[in-house]
Structures are given as C-alpha cells and as structure tokens.
Design a protein around this ligand. Sequence first.
Ligand code: PGA
Length: 262
Amino acid sequence: MRQKVIVGNWKMYTTANSARELAEQISEGLANIHGLSVVICPPFPYLSMVAKSLRNSRIALGAQNLFPEMEGAITGEVSPTMLLDIGCNYVILGHSERRQLLGESDSFINEKVKFALAAGLEVILCIGETIDQRQAKQTKAVLDQQLSQGLSDLSPDHLSNLIVAYEPLWAIGSSGHQATPQQAQDDHVLIRSCFSQLFGDASSKTLRILYGGNVKPVNATALLRQADVDGVLIGAASLEATEFLAIARAGIVESLAEARQT
Ligand code: PGA
C-alpha cells in the first residue's frame, strides 16, 4: 500500500502573521494524523518561523525550490543544506510556474532533483502538459519526456524519497478547469507505466503520484479514491485553513478505507 501524501503549496502568498496563523490552525486541526503524510510549503522567508509552529505537530515542512549546490557564491539562491538545517524535509521541484515564468529546463530540474535526493530531502517533482499539448494528443509524449529527462541518471537508492505530482497546466490555478477523477486516474496510469520503463515494475508500484490542479474540498474525495492517485498537491485551497483541513481529512478517511481493504 502506498501512503497518501497531502501537500499545500503556498506559492508567493501570505505575510509573516498570516503564515504563522495558517500553520497553527493546520497543526491544531490535524493533531492526530497517522497513516498519511501532510506537508506544507511556505515561501522561503517564513520557513523557519513555520518550522517553529509545527515543532510539536506531525505536519512536515517543504520548500518550493532550491539550488543544486551545498553552498557557494550564488546570489539569491537557497541550498538543500540550508533547508535541512531549519527542519525542512521536502522540496517541490519543476513546478510549471517555474518552468514557464523562469524558463527552467528539464535538465536543470534534473540537476536539482538529483542534488536534493542525494542531500536527503524528499522531492516532489511536478510534471504536466498544456492544453494545446493535450488537444494535440501529446500528453503521453510530454509526460514521458519530463519524467525521463527530469529523472535522468537517478540513483535507484533514492527512488523511495521521490514523489511525482501530475499537474496539468490547463487545470491549475485560476484556469477554472478541473481534471475529472477519471482523467487524473488515466494520466497517473500513463505516468506509472512510463516510470516502470525507466526504473522497473517494482519501483513503479511503490511510486507515489499526486494530482494537482484546482483540488478543493468538493472534489478531493473523488480524486483520492482513484486507485493511482496517492495524494494531492494543493495551491489556492491550501491558503484557507478550513479548506486545507477538509481536504486533509478526506485523505485520512480514504487512507483508512484503503487500509481496511488490504
Ligand atoms: P491550485 O494550484 O490548487 O491553485 O490549482 C496547484 C499548484 O499549482 O500546485
């Protein structure tokens, strides 16, 4: 059984006060989680502060990016060492906003993925196609490429710390669109089969694949109930404690239901 993972991506939102308040509300609301992982990813300046708010909780801390060096004369960047130092155990890499707005290539993302895993972080690698690519029936080719290049030369020893997040660009943010649970399931099966070509069947069966793109309390249960959806990556709804808590609780319910079936 693959343990479910619920991730909140705060992007470039919150203030020091609202970040502390949100972290405290989430930590109090999820005092007794077990059987699944919950991760929140605040902006860099608030990581240390949120780490303190989470000190006695079971919620993990993640960053939204890093630079693939341990230290150096690299102005404005943040290293895996720094993240680990302040209690951050996860990092989101390859988010479509960074690919599109900052021109991050698959090969640069690959360097980051390898470096972060070798440093001991759990990596959430985001992949996904645009609406044009989907309409041109290129979804499989795009996912294949982002996975094979993003994970090139990866040591098999690090695979257990890798999570893939499928985030179709047409379903993210204010697009107003959502993938149906069946679309998410079908694309996760594609990803798992591509991963199996790269790393073998056994590794593909244990790979956790999250869905991201307009995940809200209203669609979370149906998404989390799909056999190949092992969790969700939440943007906008992770900024509202009640919404994030409702989604995380849906994850707890689905995890318990799965555990009973096995
Ligand atoms: P959204 O963002 O939930 O606001 O669609 C998801 C993401 O971009 O990670």
